[in-house]
Ligand binder design. Structure first.
Ligand code: EPU
Length: 349
């Protein structure tokens, strides 16, 4: 390596504090990447090119079922700046290793709108486009301009615009065709200057604003409301290990939705298109009797059935087995197949 500040390669590092489920596992090799240029030089050395690689961001969307027999590249590339500005908006460039919620707070301090509904989502900025993070009626694709990503094998840096990212519901090209091939070094968002267009249609936001006595909402007030709603339903990973929604909300044909609705009038549904409805997996899992269920040291969260939890000392394989049981039960009771939203990672011993 010719770099002035060479990257230190470490071996057999525990990942216990690097995943929000708090699961014990290790990786074969580990590097903390805090700068794109040095990472590029590092990736281009022949011994490193030979190793299988895995990129870690905030560790908030993965279930470790065993050790990672690869070089783990921990994205710690920081940086936040305004790179363009006009009367209505700013374009900000954010390093992929920045903590998502810290960036949300920074945009709110500057009164730039767009990220307020996405407050308190765990994880890193670099991971946010991979699964097109979303909450309370907003998805990252709504404010996304472009990103820069480095190819893990060649070190080549490439820009991706919105079309190339192929965003879908909790989905992008980085989860499909380009899975495991890139590390996202920079993300660019376009944010509004006041006056902002607020997204408060998501039922619970209006109720929460009312509860807080807010009559003229601001982006800061919306953020505060979202934080309050999330804290009331979703467990804090610092207290109870979890990875947010464990499953995606399934999309089903309209005819199937109508048949189910006739049997279960309280089934909620959201229109996707003329032939497709999305139903909340949390509702299905709760109705199937799993909400709050505890099996030893793991289980289903008591306030939100979509979240599986590690009460302390659980094994990833146990949580995986629980998720399979839930999937089989929901399929049997409702004829609906659930997909996991979290990435199952590692080799089962
Ligand atoms: N529901 C239940 N029981 C439950 C949970 C939910 O009946 O235990 C019902 C609710 O009554 C409501 C509906 O399901 O009618 C929707 O619930 P909620 O608003 O809590 O949202 P969600 O569909 O469960 C999704 C996202 C969350 C995001 C919220 C808010 C997915 C997979 N999850 O959850 O994202 O915060 O909407 O927008 O789309 C994440 O991706 O990690 C995540 C937390």
């Amino acid at each position: 390596m010719n770099s002035a500040t060479p990257i230190a390669l470490q071996e057999n590092i525990s990942l216990r504090h690097l995943n929000t489920f708090g699961l014990e596992a290790s990786c074969r090799y580990y590097v903390a990447a805090d700068e794109a240029n040095t990472l590029q030089t590092f990736l281009q050395t022949s011994e490193i090119q030979a190793l299988p690689k895995f990129v870690l961001g905030g560790g908030s969307n993965m279930l470790l079922v065993g050790d990672i027999d690869a070089l783990l590249i921990h994205n710690k590339i920081l940086g936040r700046s305004v790179i363009a500005e006009d009367a209505q908006s700013v374009v900000v460039a954010i390093g992929g290793g920045e903590v998502w919620h810290e960036i949300v707070l920074w945009t709110l301090e500057n009164d730039w709108g767009g990220l307020e509904n996405l407050s308190l989502i765990p994880g890193s900025v670099g991971a946010s486009p991979i699964q097109n993070i979303g909450a309370y009626g907003v998805e990252i694709k709504d404010i996304f301009v472009s990103l820069q990503a480095m190819h893990l094998q060649t070190g080549e840096i490439r820009a991706f615009g919105p079309d190339e990212c192929q965003f879908g519901y909790r989905d992008s090209v980085f989860k499909r065709d380009l899975r495991g091939q890139y590390i996202i070094t920079q993300v660019y968002f376009r944010l509004s200057k006041a006056p902002h267009a607020l997204h408060t249609d998501y039922g619970a936001i209006k109720e929460e604003l009312d509860r807080q006595g807010v009559t003229v909402p601001t982006i800061q007030a919306v953020s505060k409301a979202v934080v309050a709603i999330r804290q009331s339903k979703l467990p804090d990973p610092a207290v109870i290990g979890n990875a947010g929604s464990f499953f995606k909300n399934p999309e089903i044909p309209l005819a199937q939705f109508e048949a189910l609705k006739a049997l279960h009038p309280s089934l909620p549904g959201y229109v996707v298109d003329a032939q497709t409805m999305k139903v909340p997996a949390g509702w299905l899992i709760e109705q199937a009797g799993w909400k709050g269920k505890r099996i030893g040291n793991h289980g289903v969260h008591a306030q939100q059935a979509l979240v599986l939890v590690n009460h302390g000392g659980a094994k990833g394989a146990d949580i995986l087995a629980l998720s399979s049981e839930i999937m089989a039960d929901v399929l049997q009771k409702y004829g609906i197949h659930l997909d996991r939203e979290v990435n199952v990672v590692g080799t089962v011993a």
